[in-house]
Design a protein around this ligand. Sequence first.
Ligand code: THU
Length: 141
Amino acid sequence: MADVDWEALRLAAVDAMAHAYCPYSNFQVGVAGLTTDGRVFAGCNVENAAYGVGLCAECGMVSALQLGGGGRLAAVYCVGHDGKALMPCGRCRQLLWEHGGADCLLMTPEGVLPMSAVLPQAFGPDNLTRVATSEGPSGHG
Ligand code: THU
């Protein structure tokens, strides 16, 4: 997708970041994703007194995507408090892989990269499909 307005996506992520609930880390994160059909969804991190159940910004973004009708992510911009590109954590790269796949573009501190570059040899939906079709539902081989 050559026509991504990266600055508009960054600004949407910065707007979302302003809503972060992060009293424990004081580390605000915002993210915005553009779908292949031109919609934009955003999210911010939402922490919890039980630290381990805090939600990353990407969790909110993919939930908003699904609630908004679903679809495929074409481009994602995640930002930290300084409004600059922030690399999604490992778990969130997996979330982006599920909803955008190998060709989804991600803004990184090193420029735009496809998900295949930031989550190489990813586990994903295809792995499950292959087992289901080759072995059938019982799947014990
Ligand atoms: N965080 C995100 O929201 N997304 C990421 O990809 C990295 C980390 C949040 C989680 C936590 O609220 C804060 O950043 C510090 O780790």
